[in-house]
Design a protein. Structure first.
Ligand SMILES: [Zn+2]
Length: 363
């Protein structure tokens, strides 16, 4: 299996499946289809040039394994995989063509075995750009259903990610009244209005100020990422826009968190949501989670930790449909960086973990 995983991963890395490269996005989905084509149920979609492919071993799968086959862009040489000792270097080695290779091999092995556990596999090609045409769309359309999702796209060293922060990105636009910078009393400064709204939000008590002394920073956060407005030093600006990134934890939901933020926006300013996602929380006694924990322990010889993830993952789209999930990564590093790598030995372990998990949870 080690050799097969390595070969599959090498093939995947060589496909330059980056945003906008429609030919290669199709090619990588075709490549995955080759592993899945004999599954009892197989579906494929294309939306805005992004391909998704789904294979199920049973009509009513209970667990779905989820992978994305797209990667962030890199120098050309990173699309030529290299192995040094146990480490495979290349774009997507860890995020997440390594785990994809494991899932493709597992899918093919299960399909060929003739066994029919209630498991499905989903591969998309737009996670790095927000999953709008992949996981999000498929779940909203009810194309995918399951009781539990396994997403090997986060965490580290086999620890199990069981919680994720919610996210709300929005834009606030303010209008003012332009006048000459020497006669400010005749105008209204739109940039100052924006800054006041931001200050009111930031100091409302919703967001602990850093340093917060909370070790894991499991609290709401706010970031003013972009501020645009005005046109000249000696003019009072009559327009301004700010783009704000907030992350939040339960018990807030997108709806209640948005309502709190809206209370700081006066009626003459505009508030526009850019994107959002619910916070994720898998109960620690979820039976699938416990099966995964046991499988990890059996394979790596130690108890995996339960950890939390600050960044948003595809898990949020599953959570919105009431489907709990677990996220875990093998050993590797430098995601999105120059020397992205994964340990081949740990990919073999990931394979063994998933194989056991399917047997325990669905056997
Ligand atoms: Zn903090």
């Amino acid at each position: 299996m080690k050799e097969k995983i390595k070969e599959t991963l090498f093939e995947l890395i060589r496909i330059k499946s980056v945003d906008g490269n429609f030919e290669e996005l199709k090619k990588v989905a075709d490549f995955a289809e080759g592993y899945l084509k004999n599954a009892p149920v197989i579906k494929r979609w294309e939306r805005n040039g992004k391909h998704s492919i789904y294979a199920s071993l049973s009509e009513f799968p209970r667990v779905v394994f989820v992978g994305h086959l797209d990667v962030v862009d890199a120098e050309d040489k990173q699309f030529n995989p290299v192995i040094e000792g146990d480490s495979i270097y290349g774009r997507g080695a860890l995020d997440m063509k390594g785990p994809d290779a494991v899932m493709l091999e597992l899918a093919r092995t299960l399909i060929d075995s003739g066994k029919r556990p209630a498991v499905a596999f989903l591969f998309t090609t737009d996670e790095e750009v927000g999953s709008e045409d992949g996981v999000e769309w498929l779940l909203k359309k009810d194309e995918i259903n399951a009781e539990f999702a396994v997403i090997p796209d986060g965490g580290e060293n086999f620890n199990l990610v069981v919680a994720g922060k919610g996210v709300l990105h929005f834009k606030v636009s303010c209008r003012g009244k332009a006048t000459h910078g020497s006669r400010v009393w005749e105008g209204e400064n739109a940039i100052e209005k924006c800054i006041k709204i931001y200050g009111d939000m930031k100091h409302s008590g919703l967001f602990p100020q850093e340093p917060c002394n909370v070790e894991d920073h499991w609290h709401n956060t706010i970031n003013l990422g972009k501020l645009v407005g005005g046109d000249s030093v000696n003019r009072v600006p009559d327009h301004a826009e700010m783009y704000i990134d907030t992350r939040f934890v339960k018990p807030y939901t997108v709806k209640t968190f948005k309502e709190r933020l809206l209370s700081f926006v006066p009626s003459d300013a505009e508030f526009e949501v850019i994107s959002y996602g619910e916070p994720v929380e898998t109960p620690l006694d979820n039976p699938y989670l416990l099966s995964m924990k046991e499988s990890v322990r059996e394979v790596i010889g130690r108890e995996p930790g339960f950890v939390k993830e600050h960044g948003a993952t595809d898990a949020r789209f599953f959570e919105e449909k009431g489907i709990h999930s677990v996220i875990l990564y093998p050993v590797g590093g430098n995601i999105h960086g120059k020397d992205e790598w994964v340990s081949l030995d740990s990919l073999v372990k990931l394979y063994n973990i998933f194989e056991r998990f399917v047997e325990k949870a669905l056997g």
